[in-house]
Design a protein around this ligand. Structure first.
Ligand code: GLY
Length: 271
């Protein structure tokens, strides 16, 4: 439901769509208008139990539907982690000035948060992290590139969060890189057809990780499309270039009518 408006006309059109044409139904009866933030996207997910914040490795999402960040925003067309082109100091600054104070503030307001806190950030050209949004959940498709890098037992981390022991446990991450390419239906994020048979899944599943998002079982037991974002195809490798090649090689093994995906996921990390 977000429109990044680059002109007054685009902003007025978005308001008319939401509040007059009601393209998002009742959800569009209230809108939030915010400052435009330029820069690099960064998502920081963290395990939180009250004041203890255990950040996961940073990931970068690609919200616009088309290459070069063109077209309308989506839930996310692809991700990668780690972010070799963003200084560790900037990531640390985002944790220390945004994520940790947020957890602390919730404690001091008497509403301690326990769970996954997800900060959607923009790193402005001068290196300042700014907040776009918070979610009290894992990110999609951020999780697809973060959790495959987790070497520790996820259940132990969840139990430690529940018991308030997050400060006492070791959480280990792999140095491997992960890249996720989202395969979407034609027309997404607008209206799109459903029920398109998907081929190549078995072969692709042997080569790498495939996460189902908008799929369903067809009447003959085959797997068909059933959503805007259909599949998340993840490649792993020693670095971003290797992981990216693996993800795209596997994404190309899968086909369905109207399949669309960005071809520049993680390109910023390699420039
Ligand atoms: N990828 C953005 C989100 O999960 O909200």
């Amino acid at each position: 439901g977000v429109t990044v408006a680059c002109s007054r006309e685009e902003a007025e059109k978005a308001l008319e769509d939401m509040m007059v044409s009601r393209v998002f139904g009742e959800s569009g009866s209230q809108v939030v208008i915010e400052e435009f933030l330029a820069g690099q996207e960064m998502s920081i997910l963290a395990f939180v139990d009250g004041e203890t914040v255990r950040p996961m490795p940073a990931a970068q999402d690609h919200k616009p539907v088309f290459d070069d960040d063109k077209g309308p925003n989506t839930g996310g067309m692809g991700t990668y982690s780690p972010l070799p082109h963003i200084d560790d100091a900037i990531i640390q600054k985002a944790i220390e000035t945004i994520v940790e104070p947020t957890a602390k503030a919730m404690v001091s307001e008497g509403r301690p948060f326990r769970g996954i806190l997800f900060a959607g950030l923009m790193i402005s050209p001068d290196g300042t992290p700014k907040t776009v949004e918070f979610n009290a959940r894992f990110g999609d498709p951020e999780t697809q590139v973060v959790l495959p890098r987790l070497k520790s037992d996820l259940l132990e981390i969840f139990l430690a969060a529940v018991d308030g022991r997050l400060a006492d446990i070791e959480i280990e991450w792999s140095d491997e890189a992960a890249v996720c390419v989202v395969l979407a239906s034609q027309g997404y994020p607008g209206s799109y057809p459903k029920g398109m048979p998907i081929s190549g899944l078995a072969e692709a599943g042997q080569e790498g990780l495939i996460f189902h998002a908008g799929t369903a079982l067809g009447s003959d037991g085959s797997i068909v499309t059933n959503g805007g974002r259909v599949l998340g195809v993840v490649g792993l490798g020693a670095g971003i270039a290797e992981a990216r090649n693996a993800a795209y090689a596997n994404a190309n093994r899968i086909s369905f009518d109207g399949k669309q995906n960005r071809t520049d996921i993680a390109a910023k990390a390699l420039q």
